[in-house]
Design a protein around this ligand. Structure first.
Ligand code: AMP
Length: 208
C-alpha cells in the first residue's frame, strides 16, 4: 500500500499516518522528521538543511526528493509506505509522480479555528516524536506513554505563528490537491471528527 497523507497542521494527519502504517505494517515516513535527522549530521548537507528549518523555509525540492528516493529504496518499504509532510510543493508532487505509483492520497481538511485550537494544545515527545493533543493525552503529565521521553510544546505552536503557517499552507496545498484530484487519487475526510471514526472511513475508502 503506497499512501500519502495530506492535511494542515492540527488535522491529525500524523496520527492517521501512524495508524495506517501500523495497520498495513509499512513505514510511516515523516518528511519533517527525516529532515531533522539529516540536519543533525555533521555534513555540509546536514548544516544547510538545519539552517533552512530554523528559518522556517522549505528545503529545496531536489534535496527533499533525493533523500526521499534513498529512504524508499530501503528494505522496509518493499510493501509500501505512508508519506506524511510530503509533498509540500506542486513540483515535489509532479516529480514524485514521474517515478512512483500511489494507491491513494488521503486528505484531511479542518477549519483554521480548529487547527489553531488543536495546535495551541499540542505536545510532542522530544525523543520519539509522538504527538499528544486534545484527544490523545499522555497518562502522565508531560511524559510520553511510548518511551518515557519528555513532552514539549513546539516554539512555532503559538496562535500567531500557527495562523501564519496556515496561511502559507493553504497557498501551497491548493495546487497539490488539484493535481491529485485530477489524477483521481484524492480521498477527502473531515479531520474535525473523532480519530477512530476517521480511521475507519479511510480504511473503507482504501478497499474500493
Ligand atoms: P514539519 O515537521 O512538517 O513541520 O517540518 C519541519 C520543517 O522541515 C519545515 O519547516 C521545512 O523546513 C522542512 N520540511 C518538511 N517537509 C518538507 C518538504 N516536503 N519539503 C521541503 N521542506 C520540508
Amino acid at each position: 500500500m503506497k499512501l500519502i497523507v495530506l492535511g494542515p497542521q492540527g488535522s491529525g494527519k500524523g496520527t492517521q499516518a501512524e495508524l495506517l502504517a501500523n495497520h498495513f505494517r509499512i513505514p510511516h515516513i515523516d518528511a519533517g522528521r527525516m529532515l531533522r535527522d539529516e540536519s543533525s549530521k555533521n555534513t555540509i548537507r546536514g548544516k544547510k538543511i538545519k539552517a533552512r528549518i530554523e528559518k522556517g523555509e522549505l528545503i529545496h525540492d531536489e534535496i527533499m526528493l533525493y533523500l526521499l528516493k534513498n529512504r524508499l529504496k530501503k528494505q522496509d518499504c518493499r510493501k509500501g509506505f505512508v508519506l506524511d509532510g510530503f509533498p509540500r510543493t506542486l513540483n515535489q508532487a509532479k516529480q514524485f509522480h514521474v517515478q512512483n505509483s500511489l494507491d491513494k492520497v488521503v486528505f484531511l481538511h479542518i477549519s483554521d479555528s480548529i487547527a489553531v485550537k488543536r495546535l495551541s494544545q499540542r505536545l510532542q515527545c522530544e525523543n520519539c516524536g509522538t504527538i499528544y493533543g486534545v484527544e490523545i493525552k499522555p497518562k502522565k503529565n508531560r511524559v510520553c506513554d511510548k518511551c518515557g521521553g519528555l513532552l514539549f510544546q513546539r516554539i512555532d505552536d503559538t496562535p500567531r505563528v500557527i495562523k501564519k503557517r496556515l496561511m502559507i499552507y493553504h497557498k501551497q496545498v491548493k495546487p497539490i490537491i488539484d493535481f491529485y484530484t485530477a489524477k483521481r487519487l484524492l480521498v477527502d475526510f473531515d479531520g474535525s471528527k473523532d480519530v477512530a471514526f476517521i480511521f475507519k472511513k479511510i480504511l473503507y475508502s482504501l478497499r474500493k
